[in-house]
Design a protein around this ligand. Structure first.
Ligand SMILES: Cc1cc2nc3c(=O)[nH]c(=O)nc-3n(C[C@H](O)[C@H](O)[C@H](O)COP(=O)(O)O)c2cc1C
Length: 248
């Protein structure tokens, strides 16, 4: 896998794309090549990506293109798409192409090649100086709310992972040589999203978080073994185990 550690500090959501450049044929070719390199979490889940003009979707944020994710609905397919999509988010950032994970968007085609539409990322070329300058200034939960046990060099970095409505539905517990990653939603806490939407997007968010966590482990040259768990709980459960990393 490519190392996008430095891009993580620069990435941000372009909620509105203004003063955009244009995406060239070469950009699209390189993106298509990168799509072949992307590593899913679960190789058994069939998925595909389509790149379409923003006008072929309900997204009206001024982006030039959207990348649409379609997947078979099996196992933890939402988590899988989060893990895949974040690699693309950081790849595009590395090319000075700004992105927006766009959960509320809908494409013209809800199905493609027998797969269901899951989510999109809008993108446009942006000037280099429009990317994030100080990640630590972005709004996030505190370290104490998202990490327990001994800190690792990246505990204070991984918490800047993006999530739908900035819900940050994760907690990592570091016990002995293991990291226990949970999908976490405080019982009874209501945000602006309907419960069904929270359940959907937070599963994508967890996949994004796992990718960023692994990227950080790789950056620190910490080798690990990963065990994934199926997330069968609903929103009445506060903490659901998603993955355990055994650090070597
Ligand atoms: C799965 C997912 C869905 C999102 N959906 C939307 C959306 O529909 N509209 C929007 O403006 N932002 C959306 N966002 C962007 C988040 O609001 C943003 O990532 C979060 O507030 C953190 O800000 P940052 O990405 O600039 O670090 C989404 C992000 C994720 C990860």
């Amino acid at each position: 896998m490519r190392d996008f550690y430095n891009e993580f500090f620069r990435r941000k959501s372009f909620h509105l794309f203004r003063d955009t450049g244009s995406i060239s044929e070469k950009d699209l070719e390189e993106l298509n090549d990168f799509l072949k390199e992307v590593k899913p979490l679960d190789e058994t889940i069939r998925y595909t990506c389509r790149i379409v003009k923003e006008s072929e979707t309900t997204c009206k944020r001024g982006a030039e293109y959207c990348i649409l994710f379609y997947s078979e609905k099996k196992n933890e397919y939402l988590r899988n798409i989060g893990y895949i999509g974040e690699q693309i988010d950081l790849y595009l950032t590395s090319k000075n192409i700004g992105t927006l994970w766009f959960g509320i968007g809908k494409p013209d085609e809800k199905e493609y090649d027998g797969l269901d539409y899951i989510i999109m990322i809008a993108f446009s070329r942006m000037a280099e100086d429009r990317f994030r300058k100080d990640m630590f200034k972005s709004k996030r939960k505190s370290l104490e709310e998202t990490w327990s046990g001994e800190e690792l060099p990246f505990s204070n970095i991984v918490r800047f992972t993006p999530s739908a409505c900035n819900t940050q539905p994760w907690i990592t517990e570091h016990i002995d040589n293991k990291l226990y990653v949970y999908r976490y939603k405080k019982a009874g806490k209501r945000g602006i999203m309907p419960v069904k939407a929270v359940m959907y997007y937070n599963r994508i968010d967890i996949g994004i978080y796992l990718y960023i966590l692994e990227m950080c482990l790789n950056h620190e040259n910490i080798t690990f073994e990963r065990e994934l768990y199926e997330d069968l709980s609903d929103d009445t459960v506060e903490k659901t185990l998603s993955a355990v990393y055994t650090l070597k």
